[in-house]
Design a protein around this ligand. Structure first.
Ligand code: NAP
Length: 440
């Protein structure tokens, strides 16, 4: 009697959970809204982070485990609901991540050239729902402003600063590469509302900014702001000391001559309003001071930074799942060690919020799987695993074989342009490739 689980979401948390369940003797159907697996590793990790992306080879192994199947192109809440899942599976584990973005809540945020990092990352990652208009915005953008001091802000800044030359070896879709080729972006400003001791970057990612050909990097203000609370924070997190060293070097070195592109880190700079009618023309920024308690307060002193594109990179946010409880404040599903209720579990960002690196999800998913296994759930004997496929007959499920056809096509495309892979972003094209025969 083999128990069967459904894991919703094929990103790192979902696949770590699948590994754990499979190792414990469970069969697993991994269900994803997209026809392609791997979640944020395929659609979030920056295309030039090849070493991190190489985890895909390991993730692929999950689907080769006996009893593990991929059921793609199935959106939970639209194509399949909790009642159906509970009928066909002995346990259901949600690892749906945090697909939405947080808003700044300032005037002008709704302007067409004010975008979230989630949108921008989706665009360069070839996500099927990405807005192609983002590529057009780059053509008329000389100065881009990014709000936030996390690793996603660094990814976005690096992609803009590198341009096509720095990404031509990666798997970005051809239209993305073409847009980067005609990009007019010269200056990239990062607005950081607190000081250098409060950034959420990590040292490796920060240092990477230093080695971009043709890109000058500088910081403002100089000398770097600090206070006793900052010193205490640095003493508690070694990574901060390393990053302060990097910022210190950038602050001390002579102002570089004009390079092809520039990146400027502005500390104590709080966005107040995005300016423009129809199109972004700038961003109003308030100077802040450290408040002695690890935060920063506004001084009322404002200035306008000219910009044609504003990207807010202030964190992701989980989306509510129909039939499951949801905490609107944290954007997570309330749970106890991964258990939402007996038979229903969560793992990854939808469980703990959008923090940590890919590896963080291993322990996180492991804990949820341990909870699930410890619950001693009733198991249906001799389950017909194909019954779910019969029930889903009206949908357009993409199986592992279907995805493999897409995978081969992307590799083929890559071969033709001297790359390892070229991603296909268009949903219809993905689905046509996934089908054995294109739809008539
Ligand atoms: P994050 O690390 O939580 O950073 C969010 C940033 O937004 C913080 O600097 C925060 O500043 C700022 N912020 C929030 N609200 C703001 C507001 N209203 N105005 C101005 N600034 C505001 O989020 P993330 O960059 O989206 O990254 C998500 C997770 O993915 C992180 O764990 C990250 O390390 C990980 N990630 C890792 C990699 C990698 O390893 N290479 C790459 C990408 C992402 P305060 O601190 O002042 O709130």
């Amino acid at each position: 009697m083999t128990p069967v689980a459904a894991v919703i979401g094929s990103g790192p948390a979902g696949l770590f959970a699948t590994d754990g369940l499979s190792a414990a003797g469970w069969d697993v159907d991994v269900i994803d809204a997209l026809p392609a697996p791997y979640g944020l590793v395929r659609y979030g990790v920056a295309p030039d982070h090849l070493k991190i992306k190489s985890i895909l080879n390991r993730m692929r192994q999950t689907f080769i485990r006996p009893g593990v199947r991929f059921l793609g192109n199935l959106t939970f809440g639209r194509d399949i609901d909790l009642a159906v899942l509970r009928r066909h599976y002995d346990a259901v584990l949600f690892a749906t991540g945090a697909p939405s973005d947080r808003a700044l809540g300032i005037p002008g945020e709704e302007l067409p050239a004010s975008r979230s990092a989630a949108e921008f990352v989706s665009w360069y990652s070839g996500h099927p729902s990405a807005d192609p208009a983002i590529g057009e915005l780059l053509e008329s953008t000389r100065t881009a402003v990014i709000v936030g001091a996390g690793n996603v802000a660094l990814d976005v800044a690096r992609v803009l600063a590198k341009g096509a030359a720095g990404l031509s070896h990666t798997d970005v879709p051809d239209p993305v590469l073409a847009a980067l080729r005609t990009s007019a972006v010269r200056d990239v400003h990062l607005l950081i509302r607190r000081g250098p001791a409060q950034v959420k970057f990590t040292p490796l990612e920060l240092r990477e900014m230093n080695s971009l050909p043709g890109v000058s990097v500088s910081v403002e203000p100089v000398p770097l702001p600090t206070d006793e609370a900052s010193q205490q924070q640095v003493a508690q997190r070694r990574q901060l000391a390393t990053m302060l060293g990097v910022f210190g070097q950038w602050a001390l070195r002579p102002v570089p001559g004009r390079q092809e592109r520039s990146v400027v880190f502005h500390f104590l700079a709080r966005p107040v309003a995005i300016l423009g009618t129809g199109r972004v023309r700038g961003i109003e920024v308030e100077r802040c001071v450290l408040d002695g308690a690890g935060g920063a307060t506004g001084t009322g002193e404002q200035r306008v930074l000219d910009a044609q594109l504003v990207i807010r990179s202030v964190g992701y946010r989980g989306a509510a799942l129909p039939g499951l409880p949801f905490d609107e404040v944290t954007g997570t599903v309330p749970n106890e060690a991964g258990r939402v209720s007996a038979g229903v579990y969560v793992a990854g960002w939808i469980k703990r919020g959008p923090t940590g690196v890919i590896g963080t999800n291993k322990a996180d998913a492991g804990d949820s799987v341990a909870t699930l296994l410890g619950d001693d759930l009733p198991v249906v004997a001799h389950r017909d695993r194909d019954a779910i496929l019969t029930e889903l007959a009206g949908t357009d499920v993409v199986t592992w074989d279907g995805w493999s056809r897409v995978d081969s096509s992307e590799i083929d495309l890559g071969r033709r342009s001297g790359r390892e892979r070229v991603k296909i972003a268009d949903l219809n094209q993905l689905l046509d490739l996934a089908r054995e025969r294109p739809r008539d």
